[in-house]
Ligand binder design. Structure first.
Ligand SMILES: Nc1ncnc2c1ncn2[C@@H]1O[C@H](COP(=O)(O)OP(=O)(O)OP(=O)(O)O)[C@@H](O)[C@H]1O
Ligand SMILES: [Mg+2]
Length: 209
């Protein structure tokens, strides 16, 4: 408990800071960065396991992911989008094709409908608020992706976990705890960062509560 508070506070402070930094950027930058990062993702995908790629539907302040949808589809891979199955549950991934219906989920994020085919991701591309070069990731604070990656690992699945973000979201060190899944790579408009400490196991979630 005593150890938990500083971590929670450090994450909250960095979230607030990164939200403000991102808010200061405009839609043109978001679109241009999304194109450049998608081209880098395309080259990276050729080195990653074949199969469906889980992407995310970007929020207005996130790097644009629409070009990434196109490069994944152009490579003949299915695009998957996450769906919240419940508050403390892992995300579930459903196939998405242009024109398929999307409905706002519990946090207003657009999600595929439950009837869309459910598939296992071969590659997981995920949003973040901040990252570091050791694979530390700060998400939005609900632990959904941490829980999802842990659940995949428990079932023996190890899709590469790739962050997709603006380069300015990099920080020297993200405050992380034992529950935080690490990134293998981060794709930005500038580069593909191969994270140093990838594949570090997430530990018992009870120790972070
Ligand atoms: N595998 C897990 N099982 C149970 N609870 C977890 C697990 N992983 C994370 N949590 C809990 O989720 C809460 C939020 O985690 P954290 O602050 O790391 O979110 P985040 O990584 O920013 O969010 P997200 O993964 O949704 O982007 C924490 O209280 C944490 O204990
Ligand atoms: Mg986390």
């Amino acid at each position: 408990m005593l150890r938990e508070m500083p971590l929670r506070e450090a994450k909250a402070a960095l979230r607030a800071e990164m939200r403000a930094v991102r808010k200061a950027r405009g839609p043109l930058e978001r679109a241009a960065a999304g194109e450049a990062a998608a081209a880098r993702l395309a080259a990276l995908l050729d080195q990653l396991p074949a199969g469906p790629v889980a992407l995310f539907h970007a929020l207005p302040e996130e790097i644009d992911t629409a070009p990434a949808f196109r490069v994944v589809a152009a490579r003949g891979r299915s695009v998957l989008l996450p769906r919240q199955a419940g508050k403390n549950r892992a995300l579930e991934f459903h196939a998405f094709r242009p024109g398929d219906p999307l409905l706002p989920g519990p946090y207003g994020v657009l999600e595929p409908i439950a009837a869309a085919p459910r598939l296992e991701p071969a590659v997981l591309v995920l949003p973040l608020l901040a990252f570091d070069r050791a694979g530390g990731r700060l998400g939005y604070g609900a632990g959904f992706y941490d829980r999802t990656i842990r659940e995949l690992h428990a079932r023996g699945r190890r899709p590469p976990v790739i962050g997709f973000a603006f380069s300015f979201q990099e920080v020297a060190r993200v405050p992380t705890g034992p529950c935080d899944a690490r990134l293998e790579c981060v794709v930005t408009e500038r580069e593909v960062i191969r994270c140093a400490a990838a594949a570090v196991e997430a530990a018992d979630p009870a120790s972070e509560r």
